[in-house]
Ligand binder design. Structure first.
Ligand code: F6P
Length: 349
């Protein structure tokens, strides 16, 4: 019987997941002659044996389509009673030889543990719109999110200017400000607030006052959802939608844009509005760049399976596709370097 390789997509979805599934299925099934299995909804599908067969027919037409045909979840087998045992049972009973896990730090953290602690043959593929994974220069999905955020900033510019308003744009980025800093630079934002750089509410108001004092009647402020909003006295912090956490211990972020908008208006007297981009940044068709990166990742992941080089994650280094230890992805987060933020800062005020 031919080798059986399972593919799963876990964590928050992002544009380009289908491009990985398509590329891996072509390479594994069509070129190497393996049986490809699609695990539904991330690790949940392996816990509950919810698996479908994939072939080049079933992945036809999905390249430009957003989301994931396999669906996704934030299921964590390590936080469920007997979860890992159930997962290993499915692998055993199905005769799965290797798993290609497409995900962010949570999904790849699980993959790394399953490889190291349970000897499961794993290959990781890095995805997240947040671009905060170590071990790779870029994750796919990020370029699309930056493009969407930049288009939004462009549109908000004209309405902000017509009304002499400040508009605060809240973008995603749980621990790192990659989307904010890149879309802020591309969109010409007047202030960019990211988790990596401390600026108080008063600092932000001062930048806006300075800009308005030189004759500008409107401003665009881009803020990451994970930015800690603090007063000069140090009060405040992370803004969460609810105290509830998911299976990986993450709170649901969101709301910093509205809070900041109210504070700016109250302190400066400038009329201010907030726009929260939210999941729009994760939806829809991937950019050409993300389609190509995701396809290259899918192909390289399949080659690693074929070469039997498990416990690795495919990665981008410069313009080359390389592979690094899976554990590297699940290690430290990749933060926005100060020099990149300073480029955005050049245009403040
Ligand atoms: O990790 C990607 C991400 O989009 C973060 O930027 C955001 O905080 C989170 O997922 C939102 O998750 P959910 O879709 O579960 O609300």
């Amino acid at each position: 019987m031919s080798k059986q390789v399972a593919i799963l997509t876990g964590g928050g979805d992002c544009p380009g997941l289908n491009a990985v599934i398509r590329a891996a299925t072509w390479k594994l099934a069509h070129e190497y002659g393996y049986q490809v299995l699609g695990v539904r909804e991330g690790w949940r599908g392996l816990l509950e044996d919810d698996i479908v067969e994939l072939d080049i027919g079933s992945v036809s037409g999905i390249l430009p389509v957003g989301g994931t045909i396999l669906r996704t979840s934030r299921t964590n087998p390590f936080s469920e009673e007997g979860g890992v045992e159930r997962l290993l049972e499915t692998v055993e009973s199905r005769g799965i030889d290797a798993v290609v896990a497409v995900g962010g730090d949570d999904t790849l953290g699980v993959a790394a543990r399953l490889y190291e602690e349970h000897g499961l043959d794993m290959i990781g593929v890095p995805k997240t719109i947040d671009n905060d994974l170590s071990g790779t220069d870029y994750t796919f999905g990020f370029d699309t999110a930056v493009q969407i955020a930049t288009e939004a900033i462009d549109r908000l510019h004209s309405t902000a200017e017509s009304h002499n308003r400040v508009i605060v744009v809240e973008v995603m980025g749980r621990h790192a400000g990659w989307i904010a800093v890149m879309s802020g630079i591309a969109g010409g934002a007047d202030v960019v607030l990211i988790p990596e750089q401390e600026l108080t509410i008063e600092d932000t108001c001062e930048i806006i006052r300075k800009r308005h004092a030189r004759g500008k009647d409107f401003s665009i402020v881009v803020v990451s959802e994970g930015f800690e909003l603090k007063s000069a006295e140090g009060d405040g912090g992370l803004v969460v939608q609810s105290e509830e956490v998911d299976a990986f211990g993450h709170a649901r972020l969101g709301g910093v844009g509205n809070l900041l908008s109210r504070e700016i208006e109250r302190r400066t007297g400038f009329e201010t509005r907030a726009t929260v981009l939210g999941h729009v940044q994760r939806g829809g068709t991937p950019t050409a760049r993300d389609r190509v990166l995701a396809t290259r990742y899918g192909i390289r992941a399949s080659e690693l399976v074929h070469e039997g080089r498990f416990g690795r994650m495919v990665a981008l280094a410069g313009d080359e596709i390389v592979d690094v230890p899976l554990a590297e992805a699940a290690g430290e987060l990749k933060r926005v370097p100060p020099e990149l933020w300073r480029i955005a800062e050049t245009f403040f005020g």
